[in-house]
Design a protein. Sequence first.
Length: 115
Amino acid sequence: QVQLVESGGGLVQPGGSLRLSCAASGSLFRFNSMGWFRQAPGKERELVATITSSSSTYHTNSVKGRFTISRDNAKNTLYLQMNSLKPEDTAVYYCNRAIGSPWSWGKGTLVTVSS
C-alpha cells in the first residue's frame, strides 16, 4: 500500500504563494496519474489538478492560471505551486492517484488564505 505525506501548507495573505509537496512511498508512484484534491470547511472534497505519468496536466477552472501541478518521479514526489492565492482557496489539500481506487488518504496539509 502506498503511503502519502503532504506538506507545505500554512497561513498566507491573499495574493501570496505556497508550494505543496506530496511524498509517496514505494514504487507505484511513477506509473500512476496523480492528483491534488482539497476540502474546504463544510464542503466535499474536490479535484484541483491532475498529472499523468508522462506529465500531461489538467487544472480545474477555478485554479487555472494560478496553480501548477508537477511531479518528480525520481523523488516519488508530487508538487502544487499555488500563486495569487485567494481566500476561497482555504482548505485542507490532499494528494492521491487520479485514476482508479484511491490509495489510503494522508492527513493533508492545511492552507489558510487570510489577511
